[in-house]
Design a binder for this molecule. Structure first.
Ligand code: MN
Length: 572
């Protein structure tokens, strides 16, 4: 049933898509074929999931490649079709998107693997192409909506992951609509009792609230009309349960204290009208001090723009108003996705007809947004965090076979990876498999790579590794090992001193002359033995070098000294 509904909606779009329709309908056909016979836990054919994801992407007005990617996003993971086949049939762009989503799916969020922050950064890094994240978010949204069919353990795990990773990620991308929806979907699974309590208490007053809001809308509409202001829409909305809950904790679970249990949203055509509407509202009802927020003049770091005010409304009941333009509203719901669409719309004719975002335009809009953030948030940590999304180039995030995320500098090799696991793994490393393929040790790892190190007992590192390793840790460990092995071998064999045998005709000051020549050659004297009795005798001097070249040069100089008759040496 649902499948037919979805399909109808989906085909309506596909037919409308002209040149892109072909790509999308081919992707649809492959998804059908690939998932044939597979069912979801709900009992529905698996492909309903692929279609739901594609529809969400259509709603966000993504381009054809992304929609095709959405249709095929589970094909490489769950069916006999490979990324290679997708590349052959749909080209590199679609294949890259599917590959990215597949990689993200391989990340397991567990207590042990999981610093949430690390994983979130990894996801961003893997998805240098933001469209991968859009597909993943659409995927997660549909999975959360159909979560009731899974066993309880999975519900808990997936909800926790959604609440700790995907919802904040969506928020960071300015997609608060998606972020809030994910949070709300996860909430009942994570806090069942609190959710039930909240629903009960909120629903008790539901009818009353509806009547009240209707009156507020009427009064406001009349006042606005007098000023010739005609908003695009005035709507009231119930606060999300999850954010209500967060507020309730702050107010000791006192529902009477929550002002924005309801909020009225006024959507207008342009910024001037936003401020005009705010003025009208404040003339009607006195604002509550400290509750006027101008996020238009000063947007939130994630790009959110709107005017907020809480006023003592009809019967002095505190009521929140949010005022924004159509574009701001769309951005606040869909974030970057909407921003891309809007930017393109200002230029393209195609947009007006189909309202689609194309891949080529995305960079401009994203960069433009970054620039506008930069102006206001150059010093803020949040901006830096946002900036990292696109400029993660200096770090890569790679995975161990157990799913642990390692953070390495760009250009890092399997050897760096091995040393960052353990010194012994580094020392005994003989090869590596990256994403299942054997690679040379000089291979440069990419974010999202799954790296497996092949080791061999008693294997020693090569000093040529120093030429390509990137991390200080690896360099230090390799050098330390070589230093140690040089020292231990020198104890056994290599000479480090020599004995000079000098036959002299003794005179006063001869020994001083000899030792000063040796010193000026920067060689230390270790010992001197000299029988004093006869004018002709042999002096033996042990010096702290075994360098033949150095010694020979020294001998030449010593021969010049008056009284030196014969000279020779042997290494000790
Ligand atoms: Mn999926």
């Amino acid at each position: 049933m649902e499948q037919n509904l979805l399909l109808g909606e989906f085909q309506k779009y596909a037919l409308d898509a002209e040149g892109d329709a072909e790509l999308i309908s081919r992707a649809y056909k492959l998804a059908l074929r690939a998932h044939e016979g597979q069912r979801r836990k709900s009992g529905e054919p698996y492909v309903t999931h692929s279609i739901a994801v594609a529809l969400q992407l259509i709603k966000w007005r993504m381009d054809a490649a992304t929609i095709a990617g959405g249709l095929l996003h589970d094909v490489a993971e769950d069916t006999r079709y490979t990324i290679e086949q997708i590349r052959k049939e749909f080209g590199g762009e679609v294949a890259l998107l599917v590959e990215g989503v597949t990689k993200l799916g391989a990340l397991k969020y567990t207590e042990t693997s999981g610093k949430a922050e690390n994983l979130r950064r990894l996801m961003l890094a893997v998805s240098r192409d933001m469209r991968v994240i859009f597909i993943k978010l659409a995927d997660r949204l549909h999975n959360m909506k159909t979560l009731s069919h899974l066993p309880e353990v999975s519900q808990k795990r997936i909800s926790l992951e959604t609440s700790e990773i995907y919802s904040p990620l969506a928020y960071q991308l300015g997609m608060q609509g998606v972020s809030g929806e994910l949070e709300d979907l996860a909430f009942p699974y994570l806090h069942k009792e609190k959710y039930d309590w909240l629903v009960k208490h909120v629903s008790k007053t539901y009818g009353e609230r509806e009547k009240y809001l209707e009156k507020v809308r009427e009064v406001l509409a009349a006042a606005l009309a007098k000023q010739n202001l005609r908003p695009v829409s005035v709507e009231s909305r119930a606060k999300r349960y999850s954010s209500l809950y967060k507020k309730l904790i702050r107010y000791d679970m006192d529902i009477a204290q929550i002002y924005d249990l309801v909020a009225v949203r006024v959507i207008v055509n342009n910024i001037e009208e936003c401020y005009a509407v705010l003025g009208v509202i404040h003339q009607l009802w006195p604002p509550m001090p400290g509750r006027i927020k101008d996020y238009i003049a000063l947007p939130k770091p994630n790009g959110y723009r709107s005017l907020h005010t809480t006023v003592f409304c009809i019967n002095k009941k505190p009521t929140e108003f949010q005022i924004r333009t159509v574009a701001m509203h769309e951005e606040s719901e869909n974030g970057i996705a909407a921003h891309w669409a809007y930017q393109l719309g200002k230029r393209g004719k195609a947009y007006k007809k189909r309202r689609v975002v194309s891949a080529g335009e995305k960079e401009t809009a994203w960069v433009a947004r970054l620039r506008s953030w930069d102006k206001e948030y150059a010093s803020s940590e949040e901006f830096v965090q946002a900036l990292k999304i696109d400029f993660l180039g200096d770090r890569i995030y790679v995975l161990t076979p157990k799913g642990t995320v390692l953070d390495l500098p760009a250009g890092a090799t399997p050897v760096d990876f091995a040393y960052s696991i353990h010194t012994d793994v580094g020392h005994s490393c003989v090869g590596a498999r990256v994403n299942g393929k054997i690679v040379p040790l000089t291979h440069q790892l990419q974010s999202g790579d799954l790296v497996e190190i092949l080791t061999q007992k008693n294997k020693k590192p090569s000093d040529s590794w120093l030429l390509f390793v990137k991390t200080d840790r690896a360099k230090k460990k390799i050098r330390a090992l070589f230093k140690k092995s040089r020292e231990s071998s020198s104890l056994r064999a290599a000479p480090k001193s020599a004995e000079l045998k000098i036959t002299v005709r003794g005179r006063i000051g001869l020994l001083e002359d000899i030792s000063s020549v040796i010193s000026r050659s920067h060689i230390n004297i270790l010992s001197v033995s000299m029988p004093q009795s006869t004018p002709f005798h042999t002096t033996r001097i042990v010096i702290a070098t075994a360098d033949r070249y150095k010694i020979e040069k020294l001998l030449m100089k010593l021969k010049e000294i008056r009284g030196v008759k014969e000279i020779g040496f042997r290494l000790l």
